[in-house]
Design a protein around this ligand. Structure first.
Ligand code: SAH
Length: 226
């Protein structure tokens, strides 16, 4: 990937994330290095360095930088390790993981978004990221096991396939619906195979739509084949 020197906007964003509790310097450095404007549609590029999520088309959003940073912290040390992302969207979160040194596999159900993200990532030199279009609630078994799996859309529960594709000591970071809202969970697979779940606070993500998520339906999320 191309080395870049963070500009004033990137430094301001990093300061804001630090104030909001992000502690990992590696994560803050990674956020500062990814040119977020490249992952945002042209008309709203002027907002790219704000700590907010923004629309990217097809009813989907690029995640808020704070959310990406928090999920990266919770994923643990990913340098040189395999990471699966469910929900490529713009490709931004995948780029941050790549800046952390991860070997990234990312799955997106919308072909249009997957193609665009793959092109953006290639253009920016993130060659260690593989993007594929399919239903990520099945995981990506052919490339498993993973040191970490992050899901950037919220389902009704924890998909079993994702837990099975974690390596020993691996972590699954994902939002799930709980009560009337969503919670961000970390599901860890201990060395002895025991599965431990930790609640890391409230969350707000688009729906995870697929075989082991929500069903696609009118007014919810368009069927990607239409
Ligand atoms: N990580 C992204 C955020 C994208 S929003 C970024 O940084 O831009 C979540 C994405 O999850 C959406 O693009 C949505 O289409 C996708 N998604 C929802 N259900 C999915 C599924 N079952 N498999 C793969 N992607 C899914």
């Amino acid at each position: 990937m191309t080395r870049r020197t963070p500009g004033a906007q990137a430094r301001r964003l990093v300061e804001r994330l630090r104030e909001r509790g992000i502690r990992s310097q590696a994560v803050l450095d990674a956020i500062a290095r990814v040119p977020r404007q490249e992952f945002v549609p042209e008309p709203i590029r002027f907002r790219a360095w704000e700590d907010v999520r923004l629309p990217i088309g097809l009813g989907q959003t690029i995640s808020q930088p704070w959310t990406v940073a928090r999920m990266c912290e919770l994923a643990g040390d990913v340098a040189g390790r395999r990471v699966l992302e469910i929900g490529t969207g713009s490709g931004y979160h995948a780029a941050v993981l790549a800046e952390l040194g991860a070997i990234v596999f990312s799955v997106e159900r919308h072909a249009g978004l997957a193609d665009r993200a793959a092109r953006t990532l290639r253009r920016l030199g993130y060659l260690g990221v593989s993007v594929k279009q399919f239903d990520g609630t099945y995981g990506w078994a052919a490339e498993a096991p993973y040191a970490a799996i992050v899901t950037t859309a919220a389902g009704p529960d924890v998909p079993d396939a994702l837990v099975r594709q974690l390596g020993p000591g691996g972590r699954l970071v994902l939002p799930v619906a709980r009560g009337s809202g969503q919670r961000l969970l970390v599901v860890r697979r201990a060395e002895d195979g025991e599965v431990i779940e930790t609640d890391c606070g409230p969350a707000s993500f688009v729906p995870l739509v697929g075989r082991f998520g929500y069903r696609a339906g009118p007014g919810r999320d368009p069927d990607p084949r239409l």
